[in-house]
Design a protein around this ligand. Structure first.
Ligand SMILES: C[S@@+](CC[C@H](N)C(=O)[O-])C[C@H]1O[C@@H](n2cnc3c(N)ncnc32)[C@H](O)[C@@H]1O
Length: 227
């Protein structure tokens, strides 16, 4: 395959193009509903600005993990690692669904974002990353990595000063997962790639990358960052 394979599609329509046991590493930050009840409060901040469409953050937000977890398992190689970013509301559903589809839950990692969002019940300063494996146990490349990852939450701005993507993740964070769970020239898949952050981490570290994004605006931005 080419070093960078970017696809503008609903990943659920594209999975049939990806062979069984062909992916070395899966890293993704899937869409999910966000509720403010008892959490965000009246901050007027980014979180509130992002919420529209009955709790949907994006125009395309309706893919439940029950749909994609079996496909993730099918395409990943034996011993492959899988990192899924999520929040506290979706944590249990994600975890149960992935385990029911054959994944072994290794542990939860914490992304310490270095900024805080106002709330009525403690300020939010971190996100969860669920760390799974398929089949045999393969350790990470740098066992000295902490399970609390302190990486600044920086967003890329467009010419108008607005975020290119409101839930963009830092390259530095994705690169930790890429470097710890794959080798050079191996294939990394991100089926909800947004503006291509996982792809940049792969480019920086000489991994092959397959990225899928349904929104043509985000896909075009990813393409311009990666090609
Ligand atoms: C949380 S964002 C990912 C952001 C990404 N980590 C980044 O740093 O740019 C999730 C993305 O999944 C996309 N998406 C939602 N449903 C999709 C689907 N069925 N297939 C492919 N992409 C989808 C959304 O448009 C959104 O850009």
């Amino acid at each position: 395959m080419e070093k960078m394979q970017l696809i503008c599609a609903n990943c659920m329509d594209y999975f049939s193009e990806i062979q069984d046991n062909s992916i070395d590493l899966l890293i993704t930050d899937p869409p999910y509903k966000v509720t403010t009840r008892g959490n965000a409060g009246n901050t007027g901040g980014m979180l509130q600005e992002r919420i529209f469409n009955d709790g949907n953050v994006f125009a395309y937000n309706s893919t439940d993990c029950k749909e994609y977890a079996p496909e993730f398992y099918r395409v990943l190689k034996d011993g492959g690692h899988c990192y899924i970013m999520t929040n506290h509301k979706n944590l249990i559903h994600m975890l149960n669904t992935f385990e029911q589809n054959g994944f072994h839950f290794i542990k939860s990692l914490i992304w310490d974002k270095g900024n805080k969002v106002m709330g009525q019940y403690y300020m939010s300063a971190f996100e969860y990353i669920l760390f799974f494996r398929k089949g045999k146990g393969v350790r990470i490349n740098n066992c000295g990595t902490s399970d609390i990852l302190s990486v600044k939450n920086v967003k890329t701005k467009g010419k108008d000063g607005k975020n290119l993507h409101n839930t963009e993740k830092p390259v530095e964070l994705m690169q930790i997962f890429v470097e710890n769970s794959s080798k050079e020239n191996e294939i990394v898949l991100d089926p909800f790639m947004g503006i291509g952050t996982t792809g940049i981490a792969c480019k920086n570290t000489n991994r092959k990358f397959i990225g899928i994004e349904i929104d043509s605006n985000y896909y075009d931005i990813a393409k311009s960052r990666l090609m």
